[in-house]
Design a protein around this ligand. Structure first.
Ligand code: F6P
Length: 552
């Protein structure tokens, strides 16, 4: 049964016709309790969702939709290790990686928890040794620089957390992340570090990702040009992967490998061995606090009724805008410098998960699924692209994210940040009508004809929805909860859209074609005939570089 034929979906369609012209500012005027009724606090996170184009009926019908899509059963299926990633025949158990209680998590008749704890303990030993200076380089020098080489899920989560929690970082350690196969990135890192005091972490779930392996080989060559002896690699290269053979084949000792498993999706993997860079940089206690924060959100998600369930509410609001208001994108706007990589991380998490058009049953959907996720630091964005969000023609729901605590900020700065984020949400909700705009211009002393001409340009339609997510403070625990919140929001949406949020076949075609084109760019002959445009581009490149010796 398609989503659009469900009883609750049809009821929502009818309800949408009644509500689509209602203005939020009238809803606030009619209901003085709106802000407190549409507010939730879970652990260190507060969510004000009152500035959405909803009423109690909307929320009830959205919850009905979740029930009709068997959401409760689907949540249980994920937590209990059912192979819900059907196209890859895999369970989805990133929640096991942060589980703080003792019950087993069974998969194919085996409890996965002993292995999870064993790897976590090895990570802790290793990061302790490196942080306190017990793990030394091949010339017995202390490690001062750590370079994580990975891409996508093997980069973005760890990068985001390390940047968000920089305040907790070990003062001696410099942490670098290399993801781009454009050699400029790794070269600029290599220029700053020394082979005798650097640890390279090669992070790749499959250990077959071209960008990562190419960068790792360049790092290895750079290291050996100085160290000369391959036995020294063991002190300076570790691998994070599910693929032992490939790690071995690459030349990294499997004693220096931290394992994870195919039931951890790449974009859901920062809680696994992929988080080694986080643990090294922030210390094991802070890594455990990150896991604790995520675990608390897991418990909330699993147990709270939908009415008070933060991930479920955020997900349903998203469905409301995508499937009824035709919102094609969703903005993540953190008002905090520490969270500057958060939008990029959520972009992969959400778009690689829910950017799908085939249902679990193999049908092409007849409704929209995951929106385009985009975003940047909010306060900077106000002076860049918020214009379109205020007065443009598209409806773009926004998640504002900020920290309540001003501790650590410079005097006066945090109030400016928060006054702006609160003001933006208010402006998007309220807007400014013609009368207000016109009157304000007259009050400023503008002649009537000029005020009439200018007022239409000063009108803000308002009624533009946003969520306000406030962290008590930016701590390992609150960041853990925040990430888990989005993971579960995305899960709920995938469950309602009846798609597999845990595969990523859409990234494969480009990879296949690039392999063949690479052969052709490097002089060999192509396996597949290309279209005339692609062939023309290949020829252009080859002509341009004729005679240039490449050191491949
Ligand atoms: O190409 C997409 C992707 O497979 C992502 O899903 C993944 O996070 C990233 O590449 C990196 O993959 P790996 O960890 O296997 O190197």
């Amino acid at each position: 049964m398609s989503l659009t034929t469900l009883h609750a979906f049809k009821a929502l369609e009818t309800h949408f016709q009644d509500l689509k012209h209602a203005h939020m500012k009238d809803m606030f005027a009619r209901d003085p309790q709106r802000a407190t009724r549409y507010f939730l606090k879970v652990g260190d996170l507060s969510l004000d969702y009152s500035k959405n184009r909803i009423d109690d009926e909307t929320l009830k019908l959205l919850r009905d939709l979740a029930e009709e899509c068997a959401l409760k059963r689907k949540i249980e299926a994920m937590f209990s290790g059912e192979k819900i990633n059907t196209t890859e025949g895999r369970a989805v158990l990133h929640t096991a990686l942060r589980k703080q209680t003792q019950e087993p998590v069974m998969l194919d008749g085996q409890d996965v928890m002993p292995k999870v704890r064993e790897v976590l303990a090895r990570m802790a030993d290793f990061s302790d040794a490196l942080r306190c200076g017990r793990w030394l380089g091949y010339t017995n020098q202390i490690i001062t620089d750590v370079v994580n080489i990975g891409i996508g899920g093997s980069d973005l989560g760890a990068l985001m957390v390390c940047k968000a929690l920089k305040r907790y970082a070990h003062p001696r350690l410099n942490m670098y992340f290399v993801s781009n196969v454009d050699g400029i990135q790794i070269q600029s890192v290599l220029d700053k570090i020394h082979p005798e005091t650097t640890l390279f972490i090669v992070a790749s779930k499959t250990f077959s990702t071209q960008e990562t392996l190419t960068n790792a080989l360049s790092a290895r060559a750079w290291f050996l040009a100085h160290a000369h002896d391959e036995t020294h690699i063991a002190k300076h290269f570790v691998a994070l992967s599910t693929n032992k053979q490939a790690v071995q084949a690459f030349g990294i000792d499997t004693n220096n490998m931290f394992e994870f498993w195919n039931w951890v999706g790449g974009r859901y993997s920062l809680w696994s061995a992929i988080g080694l860079s986080i643990m090294i940089y922030l210390g094991k206690e802070n890594f455990y606090a990150l896991l604790q924060g995520a675990f608390e959100m897991d418990q909330h998600f699993k147990n709270a009724p939908f009415e008070h369930n933060m991930p479920v509410i955020l997900a349903l609001l998203g469905i409301w805008y995508v499937n009824f208001f035709d919102a094609g994108s969703h903005l993540i706007a953190p008002y905090d410098q520490y969270l500057r990589y958060f939008p990029r991380f959520i972009q992969q998490l959400d778009m690689e998960s829910n950017g799908k058009r085939t249902t679990l049953g193999g049908e092409v959907v007849d409704y929209d699924t995951g929106p385009i996720i985009w975003g940047d630091i909010g306060i900077n964005s106000q002076h860049a692209f918020f214009q379109l969000l205020h007065q443009g023609t598209h409806l773009t729901p926004i998640d504002f994210i900020a920290s309540l605590s001003k501790e650590g900020n410079l005097p006066g700065h945090h109030e400016i940040l928060l006054s702006n984020v609160f003001a933006q949400a208010e402006a998007f909700m309220k807007g400014k009508d013609y009368k207000e705009a016109y009157t304000q211009l007259l009050e400023k002393g503008m002649p009537d004809t000029q005020a009439r001409a200018l007022a239409p340009h000063r009108v803000f339609s308002g009624n533009r929805p946003s969520n306000m997510l406030l962290l008590d403070a930016i701590t390992p625990k609150s960041i853990g909860s925040l990430v888990a919140l989005y993971e579960h929001k995305i899960f709920v949406q995938g469950a309602i859209w009846d798609i597999n949020s845990f595969d990523q076949w859409g990234v494969e075609l480009g990879k296949e074609l690039a392999k063949d084109i690479l052969t052709q760019l490097r002089e060999g002959s192509a396996q597949n005939p290309h279209d005339s445009s692609t062939q023309h581009l290949i020829n252009l490149y080859k002509t341009y570089n004729k005679g240039v010796l490449h050191a491949d």
